[in-house]
Structures are given as structure tokens and as C-alpha cells.
Ligand binder design. Structure first.
Ligand code: BGP
Length: 478
């Protein structure tokens, strides 16, 4: 009953948000290295600069210095009883520009050491290949994933990783939250596909084109992984923050359906190996003609083994007449859901939404699910005695885990694991702030890079330790 014996309890981070050491070990400049801090007062998003510009503020160049602290951090995860630790391999540590013939040995060695450190404690590394940190040279000199050459570069990177780490890493994911780019902002396009918008570009066309190339690259990587070692399991990763209709008005319902279609289609291609008909219809209408016969074959042969997803919040959408023809993704139509409370950053907290997401994804694709991100970004206060009483984080996680349990027990969903975002404080991806903290482990550094980088345990640390030790039952009984 309940969580299976080998349930992968743990935590998740991404290289560009925690490692720092942006120029160490032969690392090249990534797209994330050229995104500044957001505005700490307003929480406004990060800005993309043309290369690393002196005088600009790039907090992720230091991160939480995980590159130098990883032994201490992994030991803290181990003490919590982690079964799994999800992180990403910074592409630019392995191929600094993306187009080199040979990988950078120093970069490969860093991850060898990190994975060995995890295994020392019986922690299974879960690895994302591309988590918003593509090579900047790929963006600048090749046009990112708008260019088919990016497919070869990614597949080479993936193969090097599979070959090198096949006996250390069993669970992989290709592109983090690949569906984020449905909202075609420059930030999302650069993070997903290293696509820099030029004047006169049709952003929507470029999104579909580069997403298609990413999907082909992903399918080729899945196939390669299975050929290299049939034990390897490769999943996709989508950002699954569900969208509800704001009311039972049919137009609102249709709006929500359209918004969900814009999430699911990426999963459809990954999991079923072909495009859903509504997307093909759209391509027909718009005259998009980039899917080749060879691509179709590749997609069909590279279906993922499981579906990884993140879940933080849900949205509600209200039809406002903007998209009457297609009921397409219109973020401007998102409205506040008055039934839900929100985090300090306005993210609407909805534990039942996690259960809905599990059921929706499982009903559609019948593949094992892996919740690879879930957590609360909040401001923490360090008391005079050094303690941090983050009951709000405990409440958030407890309620989500309870819904996850119901999805398994009552809805019959097959769930492989749960890695919280993030077990240790790190930089926010959207704003690059430190003050938006997620961890069980506090890191002493502020939004301006001041601090000792010392690690300390929050109240939630022992709480999660107990959850893992009892395989979830400590929070199901009360
Ligand atoms: C997801 C990303 C993560 C992570 C998380 C929290 O979209 O995969 O990288 O950062 O969101 O978002 P934020 O850091 O902006 O609070």
C-alpha cells in the first residue's frame, strides 16, 4: 500500500542555479551566464545581455558555490535519507561552445566525482541533460535550435554523457520544462533552445521550429541511450502547472482546454512518438513545413520511458475574446483563482492540482510518472538563536505529498519518485534572487552576494527526514 518500497524520495537542483564556478574547470559561457539578476525590489525578470558585460550583475556566476561545496551538501542530503538527487549536467562544462570535437575531460571528471559522492551514500543521481544552460556560442554563432546543427551537437553531448556515466546514472531527462516556450518570450526561447530573437523574426514560428528540433534531438538521445545500455531510462520533463477554466462558461472551458493542449503536445510527441492532430492542423493553416519523413521515423523510434514533471501551482483562465479562432495559449487571460492562496511571489498554492496533474498525465499516456520538482519559494527568517522555522514550507509539502499519495492509492497512478525543489537554497531561475528560498538547508548569502555561504538546517530538514524514513507514513496518519 502507498509509496512503493523503491520510491525515489529526494530533492532537485539545476547546475546553473547552484554550481557557480562559471569559468572553472574549462567551462564555457552558457546562455544562463548572460542573464542578469532580476530586480530585487519588484521581482522583475532577468535581462539577457549580449555576452558577459562588465558591471552587470550575474548572481549565477557564483550560485551557492555548489561546485566547491558538493561533498558537504551531498552529506547533508544523505543524512536526510535521500534515495535520489536530481541535478543537471552543465552542457558547457562538457562542450564549452557546443561544437568541439572532443569533450572537456575536467568537466566530465567533476560529474564523475559528484556521482561517486552520491553513490557513497546510496543516493541515485537523476540527471537532466539540458536545464536552461545551453552554450552561448550555440546561440550566437549557430542560431540555437532554429538550426538543425544543434540536433547533432545535443546528441553528441548526450551520447558522451550516457557512455561515460552509464554505470553511475540510470535515470535521465532530456529538456527541462520543454513546454515553457509555448509562452514565446525571449527568456523562454533562450532557455529552451538558445534562440535569440532578431528584428523581423516570427517568434511563434521559431518556437515551433526549434521545439521540433529539440524533440527530434530528444528522440535520438533516447534511442542512443537504449543502444548504449538497455538499463538506462530516459524521460521527458514538462512544466505541469495546470490551467482551470475561471468559470463553467463554455468559452472559459475552451480557453483552458486550449492552454492545456499547449502543454500536452510536447508530451504527446515525446511519449507517443508523433504529433497530435491539432498541432498538425495548425501547421497546415500556418504553412509550417519543417517535419520531414525522416524526422517522423526518429520520433516514433525514440519514445520516452517515463514522464518527469514539475508542479508548483495552478492557473485559471477567463475568455476575453482575444483568441476566438483557436482558443490558443493566451497568458494574458490568466486570472486569479479566488479559491486559492498564493505564495509571496503570487504563485497560487493548489495541492489538489498536483493530484489532478498526476491523473491527467497517467490517464493520457500510461507511462510511469516522476514528480521531479515541487516546492515553495518563500522568504525565510533566521532567528536570534540561528533557527529557521519554516512551517509554511512544511505545510506546503505535506499537503502536496498527501495528494500524491491519493493519486497512487485511489487513482492508481504509477509514481516512481518525488524530488522537491530544492533541497538546498539556490538562485531563483525567473528572478535570480536568493531571497526566494526553497531549501531544507539554508545558505547564508543574500540577493547581493553578501554572506558566508555557510549551510544550516531549517526546521523542515528533520521533518522531511522523517517523511523519507517512514516512506511517507509519518504525514499520512495525523
Ligand atoms: C522551474 C525550473 C527550475 C526552478 C523552478 C522554480 O520552472 O525548472 O529551474 O527554478 O521552476 O522557479 P523559480 O526559481 O523561478 O522560483
Amino acid at each position: 500500500m502507498g509509496f512503493r518500497e523503491d520510491f525515489l524520495w529526494g530533492g532537485a537542483v539545476a547546475a546553473h542555479q547552484c554550481e557557480g564556478a562559471w569559468q572553472e574547470g574549462g567551462k564555457g559561457i552558457s546562455c544562463s551566464d548572460v542573464e542578469t539578476a532580476g530586480d530585487n525590489v519588484t521581482g522583475a525578470p532577468r535581462r539577457l545581455t549580449d555576452g558577459v558585460i562588465e558591471g552587470e550583475d550575474y548572481p549565477n556566476h557564483v550560485g551557492v558555490d555548489f561546485y566547491h561545496h558538493y561533498k558537504e551538501d551531498v552529506a547533508l542530503f544523505a543524512e536526510m535519507g535521500f534515495k535520489a538527487f536530481r541535478t543537471s549536467i552543465a552542457w558547457t562544462r562538457i562542450f564549452p561552445r557546443g561544437d568541439e570535437k572532443e569533450p572537456n575531460e575536467e568537466g566530465l571528471k567533476f560529474y564523475d566525482d559528484l556521482f561517486d559522492e552520491c553513490h557513497k551514500y546510496g543516493i541515485e543521481p537523476v540527471i537532466t541533460l539540458s536545464h536552461f544552460e545551453l552554450p552561448w556560442a550555440l546561440a550566437k554563432e549557430y542560431g540555437g535550435f532554429r538550426n538543425r546543427q544543434a540536433i547533432d551537437m545535443f546528441v553528441k553531448f548526450a551520447k558522451v554523457c550516457f557512455e561515460r556515466y552509464q554505470h553511475k546514472v540510470k535515470y535521465w531527462m532530456t529538456f527541462n520544462e520543454i513546454n515553457n516556450q509555448a509562452d514565446v518570450t525571449q527568456h523562454n526561447l533562450i532557455q529552451e533552445g538558445a534562440v535569440l530573437l532578431q528584428e523581423g523574426d516570427d517568434a511563434e514560428y521559431l518556437m515551433y521550429l526549434s521545439a521540433h528540433h529539440e524533440l527530434v534531438a530528444s528522440a535520438l538521445a533516447v534511442k542512443a541511450a537504449h543502444e548504449i545500455n538497455p538499463d538506462l531510462q530516459v524521460g521527458c520533463m514538462i512544466g505541469m502547472n495546470g490551467v482551470y477554466p475561471a468559470s463553467p462558461k463554455p468559452e472559459d472551458v475552451m480557453n483552458a482546454l486550449g492552454a492545456m493542449h499547449q502543454k500536452y503536445w510536447y508530451v504527446e510527441v515525446h511519449a507517443r512518438g508523433h504529433y497530435p492532430r491539432h498541432i498538425l492542423k495548425k501547421f497546415e493553416r500556418k504553412g509550417y513545413d519543417f517535419i520531414t519523413e525522416e524526422d517522423k521515423k526518429i520520433l516514433a523510434e525514440g519514445k520516452v520511458d517515463y514522464i518527469g514533471f514539475s508542479y508548483y501551482m495552478s492557473f485559471a483562465t477567463k475568455y476575453q475574446g482575444r483568441n476566438e479562432k483557436t482558443f490558443d495559449y493566451v497568458p494574458e487571460d490568466f486570472v486569479r483563482n479566488t479559491y486559492l492562496k498564493a505564495s509571496d511571489w503570487g504563485w497560487q498554492i493548489d495541492p489538489i492540482g498536483l493530484r489532478i496533474s498526476c491523473v491527467d498525465l497517467y490517464d493520457r499516456y500510461r507511462k510511469p510518472l516522476f514528480i521531479v520538482e515541487n516546492g515553495l519559494g518563500a522568504k525565510d527568517t533566521v532567528e536570534a538563536d540561528g533557527s529557521i522555522n519554516d512551517d509554511y514550507r512544511i505545510d506546503y509539502l505535506r499537503e502536496h505529498i498527501r495528494q500524491m499519495y491519493k493519486a497512487i492509492e485511489e487513482d492508481g497512478v504509477e509514481l516512481m519518485g518525488y524530488t522537491t525543489w530544492a533541497p538546498i537554497d539556490l538562485l531563483s531561475n525567473s528572478t535570480n534572487q536568493m531571497s526566494k528560498r526553497y531549501g531544507f538547508i539554508y545558505v547564508d548569502v543574500d540577493d547581493y552576494g553578501n554572506g558566508t555561504y555557510k549551510r544550516s538546517k531549517k526546521k523542515s530538514y528533520d521533518w522531511y527526514k522523517e517523511v523519507i524514513a517512514t516512506n511517507g507514513s509519518s504525514i499520512l496518519d495525523d
